[in-house]
Design a protein around this ligand. Sequence first.
Ligand SMILES: [Zn+2]
Length: 405
Amino acid sequence: MRRVLPFSRPVTRPEFCPNPECPLHDRTLARTGQWFQHYGFYHSQSGGKTRRFYCKYCGRTSSSRTFSLHYWTHRKIDFRDLDDRLNSCAGYRQIGRSLSVSYRVVKNRVLRLARNYMNLLDTSYVGFPLTEDIAFDGFESYMRSQYIPDNFNIAVGCTSQVPYAFTLSLFRRRGSMTDQQRRNRTALDAIWRPPPGDLIASCRVVFRDILSIYLNRPELSPFVLTTDKKPEYRTALKSLPEWRHLRELGLVEHRTVSSRLPRTRKNPLFPVNYLDREIRKNSAAHVRETVRGDREVTMTMSRMVITLGYHTFRKPYRIDNRTENKDVQTHAEVVNLLDNRETQEAFDRLYTKRHLWSHQKLKAGWMEDIWLRKKKNPPVVCFRTGMVPLKGQPGNGWFARHLLE
Ligand SMILES: [Zn+2]
């Protein structure tokens, strides 16, 4: 198992110019030549003595902190420690209390960590030939309250149990309700309804991203996608031209199994059932009857990125109590996701470097929603008055621009 280090060495060379308009914003180009000059130092209470740089091309200045995951922070939080805590089923406020920081600080660092996991996934998928079949299913949970049930539509590798992509879809509450609960739902209905066809559209994004990795195979060999019998999955697949084309060539197959089959290892949906169990026990947001659930779409998706990223890159594939920990493979190592130099470098820098959307190579659809905060947050509705209070709307507060870059 590869180890990832929590801190990096001081930066003496900027990796790119932070100005997106400048040609030296490109990392590959910035690796060559002496396009910058040293520009003295500045001192701050939180960061100490910090080296500055000057771009000879566009004149933009930057500092060694511009390229650090601790950019624009006043408190240094150990990201490796935070990751371990989040995946040991600790809630945000529990973590905040033990580190003596506020909820806002924890939230901010969670967004940063999620972006780094997405960067690691993006780097891993470049040229990666998806060598296994995929099992796909919705992980059921809720956001903010039981009035907004949601599904994380996750595609999992059948051999490695690596979750390759996921999207979120929100639903209207269904099932048995008391009269009061029904009235509450009507109050919410008047203000907000889930976008029509959200499940089909969300599944389509995942299927498209999975097929694009499948197409990296040097020779297109047979590929099976297993799901339960939900009709939306079939509709989403049929609407994809690339899927229809590959099916006509006899290369891809959609197998459906009943979701009522016993959840054993022999069940073709074992990979997703196994991952469901892991999420329920490792993420505080999805423990049964949790009081630590998420309130915003971006936060719930970011926390899921961290849970799935940790599962892929940090957790051992299977634990054998007789083997020493360092000899155990992670899920990523089972399918050689970390086999090239770029991916190894991205993994080594998971807890230290800052990444930008413009530098992502594949820009998968499912990541774009999370990184650029594209999904709309349902408003909080006061069930007593049926109004939307101006104060306390999650996701409406100030948001740092550098977290959208
Ligand atoms: Zn520049």
